[in-house]
Design a binder for this molecule. Structure first.
Ligand code: SF4
Length: 423
């Protein structure tokens, strides 16, 4: 062992500071700051038919209640554009002031021009430079959308996607590459096309008079390593606020893990100002799952807190029943379901740590590290479950009502500690 005076501490690790300028997304008197030193924001997107204003407003509200700070809706037809002001109205009636983002492809220039109430009701327009038009129509139609953003003081996201990349630009860069003495790899040309499309479109929007702090860029791809490469390049070449997401991430565990892997690396490097997890819902799965995953990524990185965290052990041969699994699940679901009310009533509760452990080996220790924890009895242990509050053993639960009693103890703790803003 080294002598004490030769030891040096293991360096602390934290996400790097973000370098992007701050953008603002405005709705009424509400301004959501994006980029700079603002928190990394969570976005999501509805999968309802926008024409159905009620169903869409309900899903927007569900996504917002789950923690989405901006919600994108498809605006693809005149009927959808006509429904947008009603969706906004419904949300306002429900007291939900989350900003709405309109997703435009192919006909956005027409819809924003012909439906001014739609243009006004949205807080941000998503423009895909690969889908604004071809040939000499491209610049004109892109310009019309930027003019609407300037006229109504809206933010835009210039959202490039490699599934709909500007083919004329790609062909031009491929041709340029073929004349290089040492041609780049085809994927590097693709990266260049994505980045060039986003930045040159943003510069054009600024030349037309759109403020740079109303511009957010994204370059979405579906491969983890590709996303990391593209965003590192994009971040090195501009200081626009960046929206980050692995597009078409897929379903379930695959989509969740791939998104977490890609986003975590970039967020740790200070890249990314808003995020979306593009999960394909499994049959019967709530659309809000993508918001849950996005918030868990930010919370796991220590960047933001959204819901109290539940530390639970995986269980092993020392546990013979599923009691602790059921209790961990029950507590986790209970805490999450309470958050829409608790967020307002108990400020700071989102930072609370709860432990639900399966036996004496790590149970008491882990429970003491949490704000409130329970160590359930493992195989051969006496049928008692000590509860620890603020690091001290507070009581021991026994019998068939352990779950309900622990539930009540957590509720009482939340009221005592976080009630009346005692953070
Ligand atoms: S705390 Fe106990 S039950 Fe849980 S994983 Fe560790 S040894 Fe197994």
């Amino acid at each position: 062992m080294q002598e004490d005076n030769k030891l040096s501490p293991v360096p602390l690790v934290a996400p790097a500071a973000r370098k992007s300028r701050q953008a603002r997304v405005v709705w009424g008197d509400r301004v959501v700051a994006v980029g700079g030193d603002a928190p990394v924001r969570i976005q999501s997107m509805t999968n309802t038919d926008t024409v159905d204003a009620i169903e869409t407003a309900i899903q927007v509200k569900e996504l917002a209640q789950a923690g989405s700070e901006m919600v994108r809706i498809t605006v693809n037809t005149p009927e959808a554009a006509a429904a947008v002001p009603y969706i906004r109205e419904q949300l306002d009636r429900m007291g939900e002031n989350v900003p709405l983002v309109g997703d435009f492809h192919y006909n956005g220039h027409r819809l924003l021009t012909e439906f001014p109430d739609c243009a006004k009701a949205l807080s941000k327009y998503r423009i895909n430079p690969g889908n604004v038009g071809k040939g000499d129509k491209k610049d004109k139609q892109f310009g019309q959308m930027i003019e609407a953003a300037i006229q109504y003081d809206k933010a835009v996201r210039i959202g490039v996607n490699w599934g709909s990349l500007d083919q004329e630009l790609l062909a031009e860069l491929m041709d340029e590459n073929s004349h290089r003495s040492a041609p780049w790899d085809g994927r590097q040309v693709m990266y260049e096309a994505l980045i060039t499309s986003a930045i040159s479109s943003a510069q054009r929007a600024e030349q037309m008079g759109l403020d740079g702090n109303q511009i957010i860029l994204s370059c979405k791809v579906s491969g983890v390593q590709d996303l990391i490469a593209v965003y590192r390049g994009l971040s090195a070449r501009c200081d626009y606020a960046l929206h980050l997401g692995l597009t078409e991430a897929g379903m379930g565990t695959k989509g969740t893990v791939a998104s977490a892997a890609a986003l975590s690396i970039l967020l740790q490097e200070g890249i990314g100002d808003t995020i979306r997890v593009s999960l394909t819902p499994q049959p019967g799965e709530a659309r809000t799952q993508e918001v849950v995953v996005a918030s868990e990524i930010l919370q796991a990185l220590g960047m933001r807190s959204f819901v109290p965290s539940v530390t639970a052990c995986p269980g092993c041969g020392r546990t013979t029943s599923t009691t602790f699994q059921e209790l961990a699940k029950d507590i986790d679901e209970h805490l999450r379901s309470q958050m829409p009310v608790w967020r307002v009533k108990y400020p700071g509760v989102e930072k609370m740590k709860v432990a639900v452990m399966g036996c004496i080996v790590n149970g008491p220790g882990e429970s003491k590290h949490a704000d409130i924890g329970i160590s359930l009895p493992g195989t051969g242990e006496s049928p008692a479950a000590p509860v620890f509050i603020d690091g001290e053993k507070a009581m021991t639960l026994r019998g068939d009502r352990i779950a309900q009693e622990f539930h009540d103890i957590v509720q009482a703790y939340v009221e005592r500690r976080y009630g009346a803003a005692k953070v």
